[in-house]
Design a protein around this ligand. Structure first.
Ligand code: 16G
Length: 240
């Protein structure tokens, strides 16, 4: 219910109410939301207030507007539970989805200063650069650029890059992936990346940098990812 005497702004109460309906499933992805007028009449609040609540839900990716038709509930966000050190392939399979990759670039080139530093190798030592669009059920979720030292890891091919790198490291090379550090920050999609991820100028993304280490402490990969913020969220499990 909307409580007009509460110190919590009315638009925020409505926003939370709609969010709960989405999370609990009474509003499902693809459902048309009641119109601004209907919400305003049901809760005896102004249309401006309803508009503010809906705009916030749009910015947070819960709903989207379709010109001339109305506002619809978005697809559910994928949730990656941290600190499970999982691969994209594992994440998507666990959700019952089919992962796939489109290879944007596969090359061997001299490491930049940033990459050399992350992988703890000399500047301009050779690295694999693997840039992939990562899809779930054919829908693009992320653009991921992986750097691996050529000297340390032999044999990565375009064919392997089309599947799971972690599976290749673990099952074929018998390496023990141990831990990773990950940096997550929010940003806006840039003009080169927006086409690859089917996004529009100004859409929000999560930029993620992961350095993954083997059990002997050697850096295995340095990965820069751009995740669609409307489709992905991270949950951090914390223990004190
Ligand atoms: C995830 C990892 C990435 C890793 C990839 C391996 C994040 C933010 N990044 O996308 O570091 O290289 O999985 O996936 O989770 P693959 O085994 O399917 O190639």
């Amino acid at each position: 219910m909307i409580n007009k005497s509460s110190p919590i702004p009315i638009y925020h109460q409505l926003e939370e109410r709609i969010k709960t309906e989405i999370e609990e499933g009474s509003l499902k992805s693809g459902d048309l939301l009641p119109s601004e007028r209907e919400y305003a009449e049901t809760f005896k609040i102004s249309r401006m207030t309803v508009r503010q609540a809906i705009s916030n839900l749009v910015s947070n990716g819960y709903v989207y507007r379709k010109k001339g038709t109305g506002t619809f509930v978005s697809q559910k966000k994928f949730e990656q539970i941290l600190p499970g050190l999982t691969s994209f392939t594992e994440d998507m399979k666990r959700r019952g989805m089919v992962p796939s990759n489109e290879l944007v670039e596969f090359s061997i080139l001299p490491a930049s200063e940033e990459v050399a530093h992350a992988l703890d190798i000399k500047n301009s030592e050779s690295v694999y650069k693997i840039e992939r669009i990562r899809l779930a059920d054919n829908f693009p979720i992320a653009l991921e650029t992986t750097f691996v030292s050529k000297h340390r890891i032999e044999g990565i091919t375009e064919e392997i890059a089309h599947t799971s790198l972690y599976e290749y490291f673990e099952s074929t090379l018998n390496l023990n992936i141990d831990h990773a550090t990950q940096l997550i920050e929010s940003s806006i999609i840039n003009s080169e990346e927006k086409k690859l991820l089917h996004m529009k100028t100004g859409d929000p993304v999560l930029l993620i940098q992961r350095t993954t280490y083997l059990d002997d402490g050697t850096p295995l990969e340095f990965v820069k990812s751009v995740y669609r913020a409307d489709r992905y969220r991270f949950m951090i499990d914390m223990k004190r």
